[in-house]
Unconditional design. Structure first.
Length: 150
């Protein structure tokens, strides 16, 4: 049975969003969105490096999460390589933690992923790209990996 708020939402055309969130428990819209894409970063005049940015900025955007409050983050991979987002310092299930060796699936080039989790513990954290051993050896140096840290 619909409550009054759901009825009004449904009557105003929100039926698709209502049914998606009511049936699955997953919000129809994410709390945050991240775009992973190639980026030219000017370190100083005449010194530009090619790296990867989140939402066209390095370091990536500040995302404020509340401990214990579930969050949904949509990630779009606009690079030419598979990417995984690693959420440093959070206690998360392996499917969303961002460690490929623990079971987090990579986001293929041009692909999207939705991460839904409850952040714990409180604190200041960062997110980074995760590289497979094949990617690191193909890049040839740890500096390439360090440039990607957010």
């Amino acid at each position: 049975m619909l409550d009054r708020r759901q009825f009004v939402h449904f009557a105003l055309g929100g039926s698709a969003a209502l049914s998606a969130s009511a049936q699955t428990g997953v919000p129809a819209r994410a709390d945050y969105s991240l775009d992973i894409a190639a980026y030219s970063l000017e370190l100083s005049p005449h010194s530009v490096i090619e790296t990867v940015a989140y939402n066209a900025q390095v370091p990536g955007p500040l995302i404020r999460l509340q401990e214990g409050k579930p969050v949904t983050i949509d990630v779009t991979n606009r690079t030419k390589t598979a990417e995984v987002v690693h959420w440093h310092g959070l206690f998360l299930p392996s499917e969303v933690d961002g460690a490929m060796e623990e079971g987090t699936p990579a986001i293929p080039p041009g692909g999207r992923a939705r991460y839904t989790f409850t952040p714990r513990p409180a604190g200041f954290r960062c997110i980074t790209r995760t590289f497979s051993r094949d990617t690191i050896s193909a890049k040839g140096s740890t500096r390439d990996c360090m440039d990607a840290c957010l």
